[in-house]
Design a protein around this ligand. Structure first.
Ligand code: IDP
Length: 138
């Protein structure tokens, strides 16, 4: 069994997609190990979460987006949970996300210069899953 960390980002919560996302996790047969609503994510936590991206031009927009409202964080486990959840999310840019994926069904690509609001996050490797679980649930 592999564990991964996921976020339902502020646009997902704002748009009432929490139930939809959790339903997909459950129906896929992934196990929900932890689940929490965080009402006021602080900037320093987001900076640590996205430490590899803080130097990017779009980072200030990404931080504003991620602190713009409540988000849901959780841990799921299953066989190949990391790649399974990444496939369920779809491509980062919603314009390239396959229909049927969460991003491909529910997200739109932003205008130039804005953060990509794409509903969900998922760890991209066992190392980042371990780091992100420790960061958010320490
Ligand atoms: P991922 O979420 O699909 O793993 P990452 O490259 O790790 O993609 O980027 C993290 C998040 O940063 C994305 O989900 C998206 O919200 C935002 N983002 C990534 N690239 C861009 C960009 O070029 N412009 C604006 N926002 C971006």
């Amino acid at each position: 069994m592999e564990k991964t960390f996921f976020i339902i980002k502020p646009d997902g919560v704002r748009r009432g997609l929490v139930g939809e996302v959790l339903k997909r996790i459950e129906q896929r047969g992934l196990q929900l190990d932890r689940l929490e609503l965080r009402t006021a994510p602080d900037e320093s936590l987001i900076d640590k979460h996205y430490e590899a991206l803080v130097d990017k031009d779009f980072y200030p927009n990404l931080r504003n987006y991620m602190t713009s409202g409540p988000l849901v964080v959780g841990v799921i486990s299953g066989v190949e949970a990391i790649s399974c959840w990444r496939a369920m999310m779809g491509a980062t840019n919603p314009a390239q996300a396959q229909p049927g994926t969460i991003r491909g069904n529910f997200a739109q690509s932003p205008e130039k210069g804005k953060a990509i609001e794409n509903i969900v996050h998922g760890s991209d490797s066992p190392e980042s899953a371990e780091r992100e679980i420790a960061l958010w649930f320490s």
